[in-house]
Design a protein around this ligand. Sequence first.
Ligand code: ADP
Ligand code: MG
Length: 226
Amino acid sequence: MIKVTNLSKVFRTEEIETTALNGVSFEIKDGEFVAIMGPSGCGKSTLLNILGLLDSPSGGSYELLGTEMSGMKERERTHFRKGNIGFVFQSFNLIDELNIYDNIELPLRYLNIGAAERRQRVTDIMKRMSISHRAKHYPQQLSGGQQQRVAIARALVANPKLILADEPTGNLDSKNGREVMTLLTELNADGTTIIMVTHSPKDAAVAQRTINLFDGQIVSDVKNEL
Ligand code: ADP
Ligand code: MG
């Protein structure tokens, strides 16, 4: 369960102050698939980064999986993130110098999982994502759709309870985008909680609920029609 209470975020540079989030509150149940929409600059990525423990709020509080996050020490946050959260970005964010196998294995190395189990888990997830034949290739040798499959495999390999996806189909053509959405739907059917930022009403319709942001505030939070 995720509980967000009056969350705010202000970015301060020398001259300028930007309020990216302004009093955001909501709850998300385990196993829910929620889409976040809104115009460019309204705070979607900021919200996702805070939920994913990649950034900290300026005010408010939030619980992930029953644990309060604000005030948690940096080391604990990193540990919590690596053990519980999988991130998928629009830009894939694979490491160019590592082959596909090593990219996917990385989160397991961070968690100090033994070699035999690492091999098993990476092999399994590559099979599931239909990318086994790409193990020795490098990211630049793959198409965008294939790179996003690898990025999803990397997000999943540590069995996270929560997947955060920031415009996961944003750099993909419509066929690859649909495949990525199918994968996310299957994961959700298996019980993974998913929060996905998207500009596409079609992609949002796959989720069970849509939260609309405008100017750092929630303007609507509605169940999607089936
Ligand atoms: P979205 O993902 O909805 O397009 P963002 O969350 O990326 O929007 O950004 C929300 C607002 O915060 C924007 O005005 C953006 O310019 C600002 N912002 C985001 N990140 C930073 C940062 N690191 N420093 C300063 N301003 C930022
Ligand atoms: Mg964004």
